[in-house]
Design a protein around this ligand. Structure first.
Ligand code: PHE
Length: 457
């Protein structure tokens, strides 16, 4: 990513791009958000629809975003403007810029909690945990402290700002190559441990045996939002990252790798959480606190658990950082490219704005009554921002990106971009069918249903 802060160059190698894009995709979306959303929406039935959406909607939209980005070499607003200067399409880029700030504002709160949990584990705060209920109380007390929540939010924003400002992003790329496989390895070990706990089988069947009667249109809506969120799609992150890929790389295979690894990590996170959760007799619909309650209860029992625990939360913080970088990069690239701001000015001002917008989310898990019950009981400001930007805004963005790719700029233009320098566009007719018909129709039906029923949250 060293090129992000200098001129527009290319990623070091094909592998460099895949690592950076996977770094954006893999994060709290996989390990924090996926398990609790799956738990709230029927378990295995949700997982099934989720995987279908990754393949039928996520992959084609990712290919479209990467092609738009590489062709235009621009931020999302600049990209639409360059292709169709007089049109309104740039508004979709503008929505992406706002969405980036919106998501980052609450994402950094949760990312801050992972840093906090890393410190708490080292301090031995969980060594006496005997039950999930106790672990739940620790989490509640932790998030109810406004100074800690806001302080950790600030810490995480500063970390992100420092990386995006320049200097260390090449290092992050290098570290990611070691740390991400390590995260994968720790998750595998934890999943094996979790599956072998007594009473785990109920969790396995909840997570892996679909009960199709649990599927409603709301399940589809949540699965769509989760797939786009987890793959960093619908707000131009992949347009921005695509603007740095070399013409030699095959966009289709790169996108397929990113989708595959992202989904693998999410599925694995569920294999850690659900067997243990059922073994401890907890409610799978526990909401955003789920992993913060379940993981420490696992570590408390496991031999060497605290070392594992510290490792997992540290790696989770790193995974979150490679995602927050990509979230901040979208508004920063916009202000640098379109308004001629210096990189430093753009990064610092966007970081400051995000911090301020993030404060209500930091107070929304118990620190402040108003923000904690912003929409209803157990659905506070953080959940509100998460649904608004993390589901709906991304869905609207993905809808228009599909229309743009399928009809406005067109299948032929995208194919030409993909076939640059002799790359083969595998499955072109299938892609064209998905981006022109399946993606827009499915997203439209889901959004129309949500708007019609008013069942937003
Ligand atoms: N995909 C990231 C994650 O799963 C979050 C993200 C969403 C990043 C949208 C960029 C854009 O953690």
């Amino acid at each position: 990513m060293s090129n992000l802060e200098t001129s527009r160059g290319n990623w070091g190698s094909k592998f460099g791009f895949i690592i950076a894009a996977a770094g954006s995709a893999i994060g709290l979306g996989n390990i924090w958000r996926f398990p609790y959303v799956a738990g709230e929406n029927g378990g295995a039935a949700f997982v099934l629809i989720y995987i279908i959406f990754v393949v039928l909607i996520g992959l084609p939209v990712m290919i479209a975003e990467l092609a738009i980005g590489r062709n235009t070499e621009k931020n999302p607003v600049g990209a639409f403007k360059k292709l169709f200067p007089q049109s309104l399409w740039k508004a979709i880029g503008g929505l992406g810029v706002i969405t980036g700030i919106g998501i980052l504002s609450f994402y950094a709160v949760i990312a801050g909690y992972t840093v906090g949990y890393f410190i708490k584990i080292i301090l031995g705060d969980f060594s006496a945990v005997e039950s999930a209920a106790q672990s739940g109380q620790i989490f509640a007390a932790f998030t109810a402290n406004p100074y800690i929540s806001i302080g950790l939010l600030l810490v995480f924003i500063i970390l992100t700002v420092l990386v995006v400002m320049g200097g260390v992003s090449a290092g992050i790329e290098r570290w990611s190559k070691i740390l991400m496989p390590l995260l994968f390895l720790l998750l595998i070990i934890l999943a094996i441990y979790s599956i072998t706990l007594e009473g785990a089988s109920k969790g396995l069947s909840f997570y892996l045996k679909p009960d199709l009667s649990k599927i409603t249109l709301t399940t589809f809506a949540r699965a769509l939002g989760q797939a786009l969120f987890s793959l960093s799609l619908g707000m131009g992150t992949m347009i921005t990252y695509g603007s740095y890929i070399s013409k030699r790389d095959n966009l289709v295979t790169s996108a397929a790798y990113v989708c595959f690894f992202d989904t693998l990590i999410a599925i694995l996170a569920g294999l850690v959480i659900f067997p243990a959760l059922f073994a401890m007799g907890m409610d799978p619909a526990g909401g955003p606190g789920l992993v913060f309650v379940v993981l420490p209860s696992i570590f408390a029992k496991m031999p060497g658990g605290m070392i594992f625990g510290a490792g997992i939360f540290l790696l989770l913080a790193v995974a979150a950082l490679t995602s927050t970088i990509s979230l901040l990069e979208v508004p920063v690239a916009y202000f640098v490219d379109e308004h001629g701001w210096s990189r430093k000015k753009a990064v610092v001002s966007m970081g400051a704005i995000t911090f301020i917008i993030g404060i209500p989310s930091a107070l929304a898990l118990g620190a402040n009554h108003f923000f904690s019950t912003f929409i209803k009981e157990n659905f506070g400001f953080l959940d509100f921002m998460n649904a608004l930007f993390g589901n709906y805004s991304l869905s609207i963005g993905a809808f228009f990106i599909a229309i743009f790719a399928g009809y406005k700029w067109g299948v032929n233009a995208i194919s030409r971009e993909i076939q640059e320098q002799g790359s083969v566009f595998y499955f072109r007719p299938i892609w064209a069918f998905l981006i022109r018909f399946i993606c827009p129709i499915a997203i439209f039906v889901i959004l129309a249903y949500i708007a019609w029923t008013g069942n937003y949250f």
